[in-house]
Design a protein around this ligand. Structure first.
Ligand SMILES: NC(=O)c1ccc[n+]([C@@H]2O[C@H](COP(=O)([O-])OP(=O)(O)OC[C@H]3O[C@@H](n4cnc5c(N)ncnc54)[C@H](OP(=O)(O)O)[C@@H]3O)[C@@H](O)[C@H]2O)c1
Length: 295
């Protein structure tokens, strides 16, 4: 029996990975690696097939016990953790020392092109330590509309970003969870490769707010601002410097890059079509227009 350890399990991606792995059947043991076991047990109380281990990315002394007798590690980088040498080097070394052989890493589309982003460094580290690996490289999450961008959407019906006319490729986190579950389950078939996971649409934020207005029946606006103002606006709103910087770059740099490539990996691996933006907005319209509703 394969033992699969899932980090970031309570977040956007991890929740879907746990959900789809559970759906795929029970010949593997699914272990949820979290810093608060009681909270995770409540979140996943509808699933009876999970076990739980205490694990904290920021506490090295939690690694060995969490990684014992694990076959496949699903690794995710929490957005606030960017220092690869400080956090991921000891984590992956502990994984190796404890006998983990296979790692599925949730990376990002284009990670191979930018040596400075943490995902690129983590991918290289996974290879250099000698793991068998699968890199899942998704494009821009549709769920950004219902998480980081949501407060401003609900309050002012506006999205303010330094992204100008840049086009983003939009992917549903559910699709990422589903494809990751298949890749984990059939690891040997897909191993030692990277997979871009994208939706079928490249759209800029002007186009997305227009689509939202049409579907929801409320006028939504997009405002492009310069990156420096955006960075300080985020910091003033309580976002930590490092995360504000990543958010700024993530939305500003695509202005100087070519449009994202559209991949058919999701279709090839799952046999399904990815969610369209129209379907996603329809699914989430109550959340987007109603203050205080959680996703
Ligand atoms: N947003 C995008 O458009 C996009 C696109 C491509 C790739 N990505 C990548 O996706 C990743 C983020 O995924 P996500 O949206 O699923 O993240 P998320 O929703 O913020 O979830 C983060 C997860 O990490 C856990 N976590 C945080 N700190 C921890 C710690 N010290 N120890 C143990 N667990 C900890 C959280 O658990 P708690 O419940 O304990 O907080 C949560 O389960 C990032 O690497 C990002 O670069 C994002």
């Amino acid at each position: 029996m394969n033992r699969i350890l899932i980090t970031g399990a309570t977040g956007n991606i991890g929740t879907e990975v746990v959900h789809y792995l559970s759906e795929l059947g029970n010949e593997s043991e699914l272990i949820v690696a979290v810093r608060n076991v009681e909270r995770a047990k409540i979140k996943f109380s509808y699933l009876s097939n999970l076990s739980y281990r205490l694990f904290d990315f920021e506490k090295q002394d939690s690694f060995d016990a969490a990684f014992k007798d694990v076959d496949i590690l699903f690794l995710l980088r929490p957005p606030h953790i960017s220092e690869v040498d400080k956090y991921f080097q000891p984590l992956l070394q502990s994984g190796k020392n404890n006998g983990i052989k296979k790692v599925v890493f949730l990376s990002v589309q284009g990670a191979e092109k930018s040596k400075v982003i943490p995902h690129n460094k983590i991918e290289r580290l996974i290879k250099s330590i000698g793991f068998k690996y699968i890199f899942v490289r998704p494009s821009y999450f549709m769920q950004n509309l219902t998480t980081t961008l949501l407060p401003e959407l609900q309050k002012n019906q506006t999205i303010t970003l330094p992204s100008g006319q840049a086009k983003f490729n939009w992917i549903d986190v559910k699709n990422i969870g589903e494809v990751s579950a298949v890749l984990i389950k059939s690891f040997d078939k897909y191993q030692n490769k990277a997979y871009d996971i994208t939706g079928l649409e490249n759209k800029n934020f002007q186009e997305v707010t227009e689509l939202m207005s049409e579907i929801i029946g409320t006028k939504f606006n997009f405002k492009s601002i310069n990156p420096i103002s955006f960075y300080f606006k985020k910091k003033k709103s309580g976002v930590k410097s490092e995360f504000a910087f990543v958010m700024t770059m993530l939305h500003f740099l695509p202005r100087f890059q070519k449009e994202p490539d559209i991949s058919d990996n999701f279709d090839r691996i799952t046999g399904k079509k990815p969610t369209t933006l129209k379907a996603f907005i329809n699914r989430k319209k109550e959340v987007i227009k109603t203050p205080q509703l959680c996703i």
